[in-house]
Design a protein around this ligand. Structure first.
Ligand code: HEC
Length: 140
């Protein structure tokens, strides 16, 4: 009897320890722009630009122009991450001169057609989250 009670309280203790871990709001980080951007990036961008943005995704070799290393964009801009310009490049619907070749999809349109970003505001948000994610990849 005493033994069963001991096991019972052990199990209760184990449950109490396990509970807060399970009860943590696990999707909290995904609500921050960086995390949402990370998911979007892995889903849409990593095939060409590579998991870490180095331009070595599995599709990269089949392209006419190699996907650029996305971790050097701050370095290439005097150490300052050009967020505005990058957002416009990714959106692609307002191309900048000298940017955006035929191999880089026009993500503004792709996101607009995909279920999750059906209006301009949602598209903008999605692009901003990827821009925020890419900022974390920048080499110093
Ligand atoms: C089909 C392959 C492919 C996919 C998928 C792709 N890209 Fe690209 N990306 C390219 C290529 C190729 C270029 C270079 C275009 C050029 O120079 O004409 C490029 C250029 C860029 C640039 C400009 C970099 C610079 O230094 O000028 C950014 C930023 C970028 N891509 C971000 C993204 C993001 C974000 C995604 C996902 C939403 C993505 N790309 C998905 C192929 C791809």
């Amino acid at each position: 009897m005493r033994c069963l009670a001991a096991i019972g309280s052990l199990m209760l203790a184990a449950a109490l320890i396990a509970m807060p871990a399970r009860g943590l709001p696990q999707d909290e980080p995904s609500r921050s722009p960086g995390m949402a951007g990370s998911r979007t990036y892995k889903l849409y961008c990593a095939v060409c630009h590579g998991e870490k943005g180095k331009g070595d995704g599995p599709l990269a070799e089949g392209l006419r122009s190699a996907p650029p290393d996305l971790t050097l964009m701050a370095k290439g801009n005097g150490g300052e991450y050009p967020a505005e310009e990058i957002a416009r490049i990714i959106d692609g619907r307002k191309p900048l001169e000298g940017h955006g070749g035929a191999d880089m999809p026009i993500w503004g349109d792709v996101f607009k057609k995909s279920g999750s970003g059906s209006d301009d505001e949602a598209v903008k948000e999605k692009i901003q989250s990827v821009v925020a994610f890419l900022e974390q990849l920048q080499e110093k």
